[in-house]
Write a protein that binds this ligand. Structure first.
Ligand code: ZN
Length: 392
């Protein structure tokens, strides 16, 4: 009797010990999830800082600084090619990264340089509405921050796929705005898919709009009353920043470098004009029309810095999605009417998250195996004690 009671007590103690162990294991799993799905975004993005614009050379007042966050190629998966798990994972990552960046960095304006969707080029009205709803939830932002987008080939289709329907659908969901000015900084948002140069009806309208903006910008840089611009209200007298999906023409990514440039084996693959980058004519046109001080583009999913005509800087912004890169990032731009400074904010690497999960899983497996023997033994001895008591 005494032996049996002692056996039951020991078994009860072991059950208690086992349930407390299970709680500990669950706490470890919860901590891993919390770290990999929430905290890591704060830890990484807290290290990013807005770049400082150099003070004016002459002892003048610093012009107001506009803080802009620039990202590209989010490629929200569609209903045809997107697997639900891939969609869930990538959208969660982008939503956490975006919301954390807004909270930590407080940009005034956010630009997304096209290919917001993966299947906007062919999605049905229902699928489009679904994709758009998810985009609006993921990239929600307070009303004092502005979100501006330009169209990419995956949003409205490559040139020969693009139709008035896909263009209007995109512009209705976002905006048809091509020119945006804030704090004396002018931005021109180009529909680069329509820069094919073949005078198609969409291309002709897009080019006419750009020409009118070019005229307005040229007027802003002219001395009042000296030209044909008249005395009406003018844009800030500042060279614009071009924002577009396709990069301006470059032969390849051979001269690109950095941790988020294209892989070395892909860098020397020649770019196809009108597919990987704008044509040489279209690129020249944009540079002549706008004389920009900076060009920001997407599409290549990798970073690159190019100098056009020896002085106009272009930055290819890498993809914001972990589906396209192990180390996505976004650009942080501090801009005044006459100067700017750029820095890049890298997001958590997919490898780090996977390694953390694998480490925790390995630890739990080892722990479980080590305790399996310990649990089995007391149960066996308890059972033996019970059987001994019954036999008596
Ligand atoms: Zn693209």
């Amino acid at each position: 009797m005494c032996l049996a009671r002692r056996g039951w007590r020991r078994q009860g103690f072991r059950l208690l010990e086992r349930s407390s162990l299970l709680w500990k294991l669950m706490a470890v799993i919860f901590a891993a999830l919390l770290f990999c799905e929430f905290s890591i975004y704060y830890l990484v993005i807290f290290r990013c800082h807005w770049p400082e614009v150099a003070p004016p050379a002459h002892s003048g007042e610093q012009a107001p600084v506009l803080r802009a966050m620039v990202l590209a190629d989010t490629h929200l998966l569609g209903e045809v090619q997107g697997h639900w798990l891939d969609k869930l994972r990538r959208e969660w990552q982008m939503e956490r990264a975006f919301q954390t960046a807004l909270w930590v960095l407080q940009p005034e304006v956010i630009f997304i340089l096209g290919d917001i969707f993966d299947e906007g080029k062919w999605s049905s009205p229902q699928a489009w509405a679904d994709d758009l709803g998810r985009f609006q939830k993921m990239f929600r932002h307070p009303s004092h921050m502005q979100l501006k987008v330009v169209a990419g080939n995956h949003d409205i289709g490559f040139h020969y796929w693009m139709s008035s329907y896909t263009v209007q659908r995109f512009e209705k969901a976002f905006s048809a705005e091509r020119l945006f000015s804030q704090k004396g900084v002018n931005f021109v948002m180009v529909n680069s898919v329509a820069m094919e140069g073949d005078s198609c009806s969409i291309c002709a309208v897009a080019e006419a709009e750009l020409l009118e903006i070019s005229r307005l910008l040229n007027c802003s840089r002219e001395v009042r009353g000296s030209g044909p611009c008249g005395a009406g209200q003018r844009l800030p007298p500042s060279a614009p920043v071009l924002l577009q999906h396709y990069p301006l023409y470059r032969a390849s990514d051979a001269n690109c470098s950095g941790p988020d440039a294209a892989p070395p084996e892909e860098r020397s693959i020649p770019f196809k004009e009108r597919y990987d980058a704008l044509s040489q004519e279209a690129s020249q046109k944009l540079l002549w029309w706008f004389r920009p001080r900076l060009v920001l583009s997407g599409h290549t999913h990798s970073a690159c810095e190019v100098l056009h005509s020896g002085r106009i800087r272009e930055l290819s912004v890498p993809s914001f999605s972990w589906r396209n890169r192990n180390n996505p990032s976004f650009v942080m731009a501090s801009l005044t009417s006459h100067d700017y400074a750029l820095s890049k904010c890298f997001l958590p690497q997919e490898d780090t998250v996977l390694a953390t999960y694998c480490g925790v899983a390995g630890l739990l497996a080892a722990f479980g195996l080590a305790h399996a023997g310990r649990w089995a033994l007391p149960f066996l001895s308890g059972w033996t004690a019970l059987r001994t008591h019954r036999a008596r």
